[in-house]
Design a binder for this molecule. Structure first.
Ligand code: SF4
Ligand code: SF4
Length: 165
């Protein structure tokens, strides 16, 4: 997995122009069965992928923390939400609460998430490849394929399955 992760940014860069064009077309004319197809591709890929051998998302990019995330996780630590914010988060340039740094402070050396049951919504949903109207998050996906080997494979398979739209 380490080699795959190291090679991923280069592979994603090679595909970037083609992927961008593909997503532009997809946005204009999404196939009727796209939601169903993405559910299927996501499921198939994550049956093959063991995130515990990877954790590249947790190591290289942090999630956004919504107010509901902050309240839930602060409660888990028996902290006041403001204390949790002061200890672990900061506001980014878009005024969203994010981690103070990466790798994520809640990631263990064994790649387990120490707050798994209460983790942020963004972590639960990453890499968003099974969400409805997948074509609407193409900019995010173009970035995620350089971080997440599963997302990279899902997009490659999607291009094959959707064909020349
Ligand atoms: S979601 Fe993607 S980047 Fe994160 S651990 Fe799983 S395969 Fe790796
Ligand atoms: S909260 Fe957990 S799942 Fe989310 S980035 Fe941190 S270690 Fe990963």
């Amino acid at each position: 997995m380490e080699k795959t992760i190291t090679e991923l940014p280069v592979k994603a860069k090679e595909k970037h122009t083609k992927n961008k064009k593909f997503f532009a077309k997809l946005k204009k004319k999404p196939p009727k069965n796209l939601d169903y197809l993405m559910q299927e591709l996501h499921k198939e890929e994550f049956q093959r992928t063991d995130c515990l051998t990877c954790a590249n998302c947790c190591k290289t990019t942090g999630p956004l923390f919504t107010n509901a995330d902050i309240e839930r996780i602060a409660k888990h630590f028996r902290l006041k939400p403001q204390k949790f914010i002061d200890t672990y988060l900061h506001l980014d340039e878009e005024n969203d609460y994010v981690l103070q740094g990466v790798p994520c402070t809640f990631l263990g050396t064994d790649n387990y998430c120490s707050i798994y049951d209460v983790r942020p919504k963004a972590c639960r949903e990453f890499p968003h490849t099974n969400r409805k109207k997948f074509q609407q998050i193409s900019n995010l996906t173009l970035k995620n394929v350089a971080i997440c080997p599963a997302a990279f494979n899902i997009v490659e398979e999607m291009k094959k399955r959707v064909g020349g739209i």
